[in-house]
Every structure is written in C-alpha cells, then in structure tokens.
Design a protein around this ligand. Structure first.
Ligand SMILES: [Zn+2]
Length: 195
C-alpha cells in the first residue's frame, strides 16, 4: 500500500477531569468515547497509527487559577482525574503523548513541547484526524498546530465537545479551524456544545 495518503488518528485529552464528574467537566464529554473507540479500532486494523494525548500537569502551574491561570486544578500527573476515561480504548498499540508538563505554559496543543510532529513524520503520515476534548481549547490548538506543521487535518465534529467558558466559544473554534484549512466533518452543533 502506498504511503502517499497515510493517516493518523489523534485522540485529544479524553480524561476523567474533562468528563462529567471531573474537575473541569465538559458537557457530554463522555459522548466522544464511543465514536473515538470505533475510529481507534479502524485505524489500528488498517495499520495506521493512533495517538492519545493527555493533559499531564504538575501540581503547581501557571495554567491553574491559584498560580495566575484561568483554570481550576485538573489533570495533575498521577491523579485519577488525569487518567483516561475508563471506557476509552486501552489498546497497547496506541501511543500516549503527555503534554502540559511545563509549569510556565498552558500546553493546550498535542504538539506543544512534545515529539508528536516528529513521530508523525517518522510514520510517513500526511493527514491527521483529530477529535476529543475540548473543541475550543486542546482540540482547536492541536488542529491549528497540525496545520502549521504541514499536515492535512480532518476535524471530527461528532467526536469532540466544547467547554464553552463563553457560550459561543465552540462555534468560534470550529470556524477558526475551518478558516485555517481543516476539513470539519460531522455534527458541528454537537462539537460546539449546542446539542
Ligand atoms: Zn490543562
């Protein structure tokens, strides 16, 4: 098979703290698990690489309200909140990418401070499919960085949900991803947190 259109799946931050009951819960965040599990299986069955990013913060980081940031404490390294949602695929062929480790940075993007771009290039990937949590922060920044790194991007609206600090944030994020060159597929109202 030719590598000309090799794809990879990037599953962004499907962690307990971003799902209902978590410290920074995204409404309906757990609904991304089933469509992403299906895609994880399809990609792995074809031999295409899959990456799961995780927010992996130190206990003290400029990202948290107590230290000058905008967010409540979430996804601290080694805590239950930082674990992946219990129903998310644990297939050992999936590569875990830890991000948000630098206490001076937000680390929204899966490419920020990680070797993800290098891994994708080593695999000969030209197109990435991106879904997860949340539409308006870590998914958006991962999509925008993937485009900057030269990858084609398919943004999976059915498999992302928004945190919507402001009610329009999810919608704006989708517009921004599309304007930057991503192909947005699926139900954009779900992705924006409007349904
Ligand atoms: Zn974070």
């Amino acid at each position: 098979m030719s590598n000309d259109n090799k794809k990879a799946l990037i599953v962004v931050d499907v962690q307990n703290d971003f799902c209902p009951g978590g410290s920074l819960a995204v409404a309906n965040g757990d609904q991304v698990v089933a469509p992403l599990n299906q895609l994880i299986k399809e990609f792995l069955d074809r031999g295409d690489p899959v990456y799961k990013t995780r927010d992996w913060h130190p206990a003290q980081t400029r990202h948290f309200q107590a230290y000058g940031g905008i967010w409540p404490v979430h996804c601290v390294q080694g805590t239950r909140g930082a674990e992946f949602h219990p129903d998310l695929s644990t297939d050992p062929r999936v590569t875990v990418i830890s991000k948000g480790i630098d206490e001076r940075a937000d680390g929204y993007s899966g490419f920020d401070g990680t070797n993800l771009a290098e891994l994708l290039r080593e695999e000969g990937v030209s197109q990435v499919w991106v879904g997860g949590l949340a539409t308006d922060y870590c998914v958006k920044h991962t999509v925008l960085d993937a485009l900057k790194e030269g990858f084609e991007v398919k943004a999976l609206a059915d498999a992302m949900r928004a945190v919507n600090v402001n009610p329009e944030d999810g919608t704006k994020a989708i517009d921004e991803m599309r304007a930057a060159g991503a192909e947005v597929v699926g139900d954009q109202k779900k992705a924006a947190g409007l349904s």
